[in-house]
Write a protein that binds this ligand. Structure first.
Ligand SMILES: Nc1ncnc2c1ncn2[C@@H]1O[C@H](C[S@+](CC[C@H]([NH3+])C(=O)[O-])CC(=O)[O-])[C@@H](O)[C@H]1O
Ligand SMILES: O=C(O)C(=O)Cc1ccccc1
Length: 247
């Protein structure tokens, strides 16, 4: 995997463009996400472990907004259920190209255990096969808010008994003081990971219009409205959390 350090926002930009998942981002993405999302490696690895408990024999597993396929790789390390396959989906052509390269390079080792198909598609326009496991690992926050319920409803309708949706997101906090404190703690996390004040400020303005976090309560209510029966938070580190939603 490419080890290029993320310096995308290190120089002052006359105007900070909206964040897009283009080739520049792809090149630094593993470094960027690890240094920006507290708990990311733990979340990814444990999605594999949780998936091993929910995946049902002879079903499809979906990694929606797969980026470079980190979750799919964790599924391949942990899921040992007969006849499953993974469909990894992303709508960024640059991400999909690199993701296919990484995953297919591992096919010799894993193709029989857990075959993978990588597709370039908008997850809002995707026909889902019956599935026992869907992951949205920091993807829903990039979906337009008014389309989020429709997407979760579609996922719920495709989920088989015994299956689960794993949803990881950056959180907003309804209490302003709590929100400001968690935001400041996240800034401290980024600083501790080597980002400068300029990098932190420019990245914030790049993502503010394209990545719109909800509160835990909004997630819970929306998942119930989509037809899920239970919502279990299983991980939180600062303002980043992961939930399991059961059909
Ligand atoms: N409508 C959409 N359709 C398909 N893909 C989309 C859509 N909207 C956004 N994406 C894709 O969702 C991904 C979000 S990153 C996920 C990390 C990964 N899950 C990981 O575990 O490493 C999160 C982050 O960068 O914070 C990007 O690759 C987008 O192209
Ligand atoms: O960098 C941030 O501040 C974030 O909230 C997370 C993030 C990580 C990778 C791409 C976009 C946002």
């Amino acid at each position: 995997m490419s080890q290029e350090p993320d310096r995308l926002f290190a120089q002052p930009l006359p105007e900070v463009p909206d964040f897009v998942f283009n080739e520049d981002v792809v090149r630094v993405f593993p470094d960027m996400i690890k240094r920006s999302v507290p708990g990311y490696p733990t979340i990814v690895e444990n999605i594999g472990v949780l998936a091993g408990q929910f995946a049902q024999p002879h079903t499809t597993l979906y990694d929606l907004g797969a980026s470079l396929g980190a979750v799919t790789q964790a599924l391949r390390r942990h899921v040992r259920i007969d006849g499953c396959k993974v469909i990894a989906v992303d709508n960024s052509p640059a991400m999909v190209a690199r993701c296919s390269e990484y995953l297919h390079a591992q096919d010799a080792m894993f193709q029989e255990l857990l075959p993978v198909e990588v597709i370039e598609a908008d997850i809002l326009a995707l026909d889902l096969q019956p599935t026992s496991l869907v992951t949205l690992n920091f993807t829903l926050q990039f979906v337009p808010p008014e389309r989020r319920l429709e997407l979760l409803t579609h996922i719920r309708q495709a989920l088989l008994p015994g299956g689960a949706l794993i949803l990881s997101e950056k959180l907003r906090f309804e209490d302003a003081a709590e929100h400001d404190l968690l935001t400041e703690l996240h800034v401290a996390f980024k600083r501790a990971n080597g980002y400068s004040e300029l990098e932190i400020a420019q990245k914030r303005s790049a993502i503010e219009k394209v990545m719109l976090p909800d509160s835990l309560e909004q997630h819970r209510q929306r998942l119930l409205a989509a037809g899920f029966s239970k919502v279990l938070p299983w991980f939180q580190c600062l303002n980043f959390a992961s939930l399991v939603a059961l059909p």
